[in-house]
Ligand binder design. Structure first.
Ligand code: ATP
Ligand code: MG
Ligand code: MG
Ligand code: MG
Length: 562
């Protein structure tokens, strides 16, 4: 690949409306261009990365025994009505009419179509188990499409659907898929965690998510240091025994937003904390930190404030919260249960939290409040005593981290197959409804998530497996010096023959611009061929993640790269 024959279009300017680093860098590197809200064009550069992710996912799915198929993206309404999801999926489902006034949707996921295929194709238990997968465009009319391809409306997903005669077989395939997912994310070179999850609109019995760990992630995850307990906060809160009815009752009485916030905090504290609490941080989607506990002297003061300049939906550290609220040193202290609680809303707290997390170092109390922007019922839960990972139970500490959901596996059971009458004949010749599993990976989201995890001030730092090219040979002044150009071409051929995905930057840019481009687009290995180097018999090599370049002769270079 010669970059003079390719299309690269990088920019220095940071686009104004891109909040998230990955979104900014993908635009600056010229990987994506916006077509409309939540709809992105993948440039040739971006597509190279997307295809690498896709290939690894496909290879690991095939290695795990899944078989590729493909269903249409446009699907008939009656199929979705049969499972009740035409309604249940809600406004995320894009509905379309054809010229005959027949109604369709654009597939946001494909359990129905997969079950329809299974009922046509599978007749006997002897054909089971089987797992069909596709890598296909999905559309969800997200309420807030944002962060570029991270939360787009049209996106690329790998979705797989497995079919089984009995539950034990489903559980085995579920474990097999989890292992395959772990191989995918390991091969991609990402720092990831698997966590317990809520099954959401897809439904089913058991479900787990795979998250790329990144501070900017939209999901809060809880881990224990004492066991392998790890859960999405939503699932942790949902699973927790807690005085929800009382808290819901308290929330229902509230009318003004400020009061609602205060009451919610009171409800949290009213859960009866036995341990001391150092701070409660309340984060809203709009990026406000709303509360702090002042646990000093004669009162426990909860200070609520609207915080400027904090963006995104995440946890903040105590120090950061204190800074943003303009608190004096020593403001934070342990809550004293013997003293009254005073709530101070000293600024205009107009925006409401839709998910509230309180955490503290002293007691590892974590609580969630959901005012139900999407849910009908407000919920408050206290997972302090949850059977899952409390300090006392496993001896460890609960830790909170942020994650980006990149994969999700579900044991669906028989709900879809039942609704669509997908049966096979069992050993006794009797019709049996098949058990189903489904397994998703957000291929396009992975590209953005990888950047969130791997970047610096100069740009993207791709893990080798995802890079548009593993190595780029940069030629200094190619046209004026044939010896340099031909040495570079020779090196390129040699790298390619060694199995590397290599390119030659023969665009004739000044070294500074050329290097800046390669750093921005995240090429993991750079080799410079120059007249001076040739005279000395060396190439200048630099790993994207290294601070210094090194001079290597051909053998040392090849040894380094292969
Ligand atoms: P989220 O919680 O982020 O909305 P989800 O739980 O709705 O995701 P699933 O139904 O589990 O998503 O779909 C499988 C995978 O598809 C997700 O794990 C995620 O990686 C990806 N995905 C879902 N929605 C989007 C989107 N709007 N843009 C890009 N990828 C997405
Ligand atoms: Mg979603
Ligand atoms: Mg989710
Ligand atoms: Mg999910």
């Amino acid at each position: 690949m010669r970059l003079s024959q390719f299309h690269l279009h990088t920019t220095k300017e940071t686009p104004g409306d891109a909040e998230l680093t990955s979104h900014r860098l993908m635009l600056r590197a010229g990987m994506i261009r916006k077509l409309a809200s939540g709809l992105y064009i993948w440039s040739p550069l971006g597509l190279r990365v997307l295809r690498k992710v896709e290939r690894i996912v496909r290879e690991e799915m095939e290695r795990a025994g899944a078989i590729e198929f493909q269903v249409p993206t446009i699907q008939p309404k009656d199929l979705w009505e049969a499972t009740g999801r035409w309604e249940k999926f809600g406004p995320q489902l894009l509905k379309i009419k054809d010229r005959k006034e027949q109604v369709f949707c654009y597939s946001p996921t494909a359990e129905e179509a997969a079950a329809d295929f299974a009922r046509q194709e599978l007749n006997s238990y002897k054909q089971l188990p089987v797992n069909f997968f596709q890598i296909q465009t999905k559309f969800r009319d997200e309420i807030r499409p944002r962060f570029g391809v991270m939360r787009a409306r049209e996106f690329l997903m790998k979705d797989a659907y497995s079919f089984h005669l009995d539950d034990a077989c489903l559980v085995r395939e579920y474990e097999n898929m989890k292992a395959a997912y772990a191989r995918v994310f390991t091969r991609l070179g990402l720092d990831f965690r698997m966590v317990q999850a809520d099954s959401g609109a897809i439904g089913g019995d058991a479900s787990q998510e795979f998250h790329v760990i990144a501070d900017s992630g939209e999901d809060a995850l809880v881990f224990s240091t004492g066991s392998d307990y790890a859960a999405n906060m939503e699932a942790a809160v949902a699973a927790a025994p807690g005085p929800r009815p009382a808290a819901s009752e308290a929330l229902r009485k509230i009318d003004t937003p400020t009061q609602k916030t205060c009451e919610a905090v009171a409800a949290l504290l009213g859960l009866g904390l036995e341990r001391t609490v150092k701070s409660i941080a309340i984060m809203t989607e709009a990026g406000f930190v709303l509360a702090l506990v002042r646990g000093d002297h004669d009162v426990n003061e909860i200070k609520l404030g609207k915080v400027q300049g904090l963006k995104g939906y995440r946890m903040a550290g105590e120090a950061e919260i204190a800074t943003h609220l303009g608190s004096e040193p020593g403001f934070l202290g342990p809550l004293n249960p013997a003293k009254p609680i005073r709530i101070v809303a000293d600024r205009d707290v107009a925006a409401m939290a839709d998910f509230v997390i309180g955490a503290n170092e002293a007691g590892f109390h974590i609580a969630g409040v959901n005012w139900g922007r999407d849910l009908p019922e407000p919920e408050v839960a206290d997972i302090r005593n949850a059977k899952e990972g409390d300090r006392a139970a496993d001896g460890g500490e609960l830790r909170v981290a942020r994650g980006i959901e990149v994969g999700h596996v579900f044991q669906l059971g028989r709900q879809y197959a039942q609704a669509l009458n997908a049966t096979v004949l069992d050993e006794n010749g009797k019709a049996a409804v098949m058990a189903m599993g489904c397994y998703g990976i957000g291929i396009s989201r992975i590209v953005a998530a990888a950047i969130e995890q791997n970047h610096d001030d100069a740009g993207i730092i791709w893990p080798d497996a995802m890079a548009p090219w593993q190595v780029v040979v940069c030629v200094i002044n190619p046209k004026q010096d044939d010896a340099v150009a031909s040495a570079a071409a020779e090196l390129l051929a040699e790298l390619q023959a060694a199995g590397l995905d290599a390119a030659l930057d023969d665009r004739g840019l000044r070294p500074g611009s050329m290097f800046a481009d390669m750093e921005l687009i995240g090429v993991p290995h750079r080799v410079v061929v120059s007249e001076r180097g040739l005279a000395a018999g060396t190439f200048e090599y630099r790993a994207r993640s290294a601070s210094e370049a090194e001079s290597l002769d051909r053998d040392a270079l090849m040894a380094k790269l292969t």
